[in-house]
Design a protein around this ligand. Structure first.
Ligand SMILES: Nc1ncnc2c1ncn2[C@@H]1O[C@H](COP(=O)(O)OP(=O)(O)OP(=O)(O)O)[C@@H](O)[C@H]1O
Length: 268
């Protein structure tokens, strides 16, 4: 069920003027015989915080791997700010920053070394890189750890370094895959607050993948993915009214058929 349906006669003037930050059209993906994504279509608005909500195995990581061009879909089309990920992959990927679920920093390098290395891979000169690293460390409150080896940081601090790394080339769209998984409540709240500030302050578009319903804010756009299918797409209020529910927790249960699973802070 797609909740944000729009009749053909509804005016689309605003949408024609604004290019979607991310647009997926009829994306399907199989691992052998297993269907991981089934005809998924949606678009997300620029400068919005959009939550991609789905249980483990729903297809969130597969979707991120397709958007970041690690995998190629056999069907459909993906555009980042209007740039087709297959035809103009360089331009599309330049606008994209990604924090994957798996941790990929070099544990034996310092925070600064990791960040400078990544900046060099993106062709950012050392002087500019140092300046951006300092700005981001300050914004994300990690300045005092810059000369420390990553091995010595907490899980939450490692995540924040990964977020800084994903922002170094100044992407317009940031994708985060279960960025708070395994972290304590305080670290989760800090990271979520920092990412929401990026949207408010800098106008960055964010796609935040999670299975934790309490990370959804009342003003967010929400995509609900269930067993590879998009089952809801819209603002929280629209999803509640379309499902006849009062909370996003109830709406999610109704849409996915789950009843008593813990999706409020632990792994379901
Ligand atoms: N490399 C793979 N080979 C075969 N099947 C896979 C592979 N990766 C994922 N899958 C399957 O594809 C489906 C979607 O998995 P995916 O990892 O995209 O979901 P997810 O929502 O990110 O879940 P999680 O939060 O647990 O990572 C699942 O059924 C999963 O078992």
């Amino acid at each position: 069920m797609k909740l944000q349906s729009r009749s053909p006669e509804t005016p689309r003037t605003d949408e024609r003027a604004a290019v979607a930050a991310l647009e997926l059209a009829s994306i399907s993906y199989n691992y052998g015989q297993r269907k991981a994504l089934d005809d998924v279509s949606f678009s997300i608005e620029p400068a919005r915080f959009t939550v991609l909500l789905g249980l483990n195995g729903a297809g969130k990581t597969t979707l991120f791997s397709l958007v970041s061009h690690l995998f190629s879909p056999r069907t459909g089309r993906i555009r980042v700010f209007g740039q087709d990920i297959d035809r103009n992959s360089g331009q599309a990927l330049r606008r994209l920053g990604i924090v994957f679920q798996a941790r990929t920093l070099d544990l034996d390098l310092t925070v600064r070394q990791n960040l400078l290395y990544h900046a060099a891979l993106h062709g950012i000169g050392t002087r500019v890189a140092r300046q951006r690293i300092d700005e981001l460390l300050h914004a994300i409150d990690l300045t005092d750890r810059i000369e420390e080896k990553v091995r010595g940081l907490s899980g939450g601090q490692v995540r924040r370094v990964e977020i800084i790394r994903a922002l170094l080339h100044r992407p317009s769209l940031l994708l985060l895959d279960e960025a708070t998984v395994g972290l304590d409540i305080k670290s989760r709240a800090t990271i979520l607050k920092d990412i929401r500030a990026l949207v408010e302050r800098d106008g960055i578009s964010v796609l935040w993948a999670t299975h934790l319903i309490d990370e959804v804010g009342q003003a967010d756009q929400v995509l609900v993915l269930d067993k590879g299918k998009l089952v809801a797409d819209g603002p929280v209020a629209t999803i509640l009214s379309s499902t006849g529910t009062e909370t996003i927790n109830q709406a999610f249960s109704k849409l996915t058929g789950i009843t008593d699973m813990n999706v409020r802070g632990g792994r379901p």
